[in-house]
Design a protein around this ligand. Sequence first.
Ligand code: PHE
Length: 455
Amino acid sequence: MSATHRENFGSSFTFIMAMAGSAIGLGNIWRFPYMVGEHGGGAFIIAYIICGVLIAIPCFVCEALIGRRARQGVVGAFRKIAPGSGWRWIGGMCVLTSFVIVCFYSVVGGWSLDFLLRSLAGKLAGGNPEAATGVFSGMASSPVESVAMMAAFMVITALIVLGGVKKGIEKFTKLTMPMLFVLMILIMVFSCLLPGAGEGVKYLVKPDFSKLDGAGWAAALGQAFFSMSLGMGTVLIYSSFMKKEDSILGSGLWTAGSDTMFALISGFAIMPAVFSAGIEPTAGPPLVYETLPYIFAEMGVDAPVLGYAITLAFFLAILTAALTSSISMFEVCVEHAVEQYRFKRWQAVLAFLAPGLALGVLCALSFGPLKDVKLFDKTIFDLFDYASSNILMTLGALVFVLFVGWRMKKADVRDEITNGGTLRLGTSVFNVLYFLIRWIIPPAIIVIFVSNLLG
Ligand code: PHE
């Protein structure tokens, strides 16, 4: 994506598909269920939906309208709209955020790759549910295996970004996304029918608000940002290719809607099986990867061939969903180096890949040999995970909102949201949104952010 050749996305459908490709990923399938488990089940889901509707969707609108207005990458966008101001430094923060995410995301992407290879070898749908929950710890504690898989995932991401074969991958996701969706629903139904699954369903639908503290709200907000890829430039960059006639708010609603639906389905696919298998819901990052082998082993008990096929299709789908997300993060880093520092593309890719691999190793080993190395009571992996969404993305989104609410001209904001008055949004919708953007969202983000730091 270069600044000089900004071709438009062919249609709004393509734009929404690309956005959904970035949004739907491990954040929904892996991160959401484990967050729900750590923060008290149903109450967290409610907090997540409130944060999504009242904060994340307007944040999406802000980030997208900056991108479409400027038709530039992150730094270029701020240079163009607010020349000579300090706002452009946010570009550096976006790069840092994307880079931090790439490091730990590749570990989980690597787990998916590992599980795909295991299922290819027929070792996952084996029909032995008791042993299945141990598969994850076996893999994660093997330094060679987890490091190799992390590295493979990161290198594949880098090669896709380098080779500009994103288009090919996006075509592929048109096939795998619907497949993932269907499979998740299937798994959800299966999981809810497992013995003892009722407890898990109850855990999700019966909110226990006493468990929802400041940290829970901060996690819900951070999860909403993480899952919708907000606050770190992806939405801005993608929107710089968006057509003038597309509705920014409409795209935000579609992205948020499909993303949240995926997350909820994942929650209901995983949590009942967690209870059925007797896994601790608070197990943290490993939760989903401890649970999936159990689900597939149960499937394989009665229908080995079907179980095998579903397992294989599932991990292929999850791996491509993870890749479309990781390439969108890597792209933010590379685009920045190419646009701002005139790096050649391969130089930019290498400049991020080398340190990314080094830090990725530390994140991967956090589940094995380095599991007792802790900073602020968190392993290296947890620290990266936490810092990206609860701190960096939250601050990034705050800056975008402040910029739109307080730095841009109101007429320009209205122009982008209503497409020059051609969208029949109704003035009241714009007014409510603008009021939220100026007066409600910034203080809300600050209160949640600060209460989390103090708590
Ligand atoms: N939203 C992606 C997911 O849910 C993760 C992501 C974050 C992608 C930030 C791009 C930018 O997996």
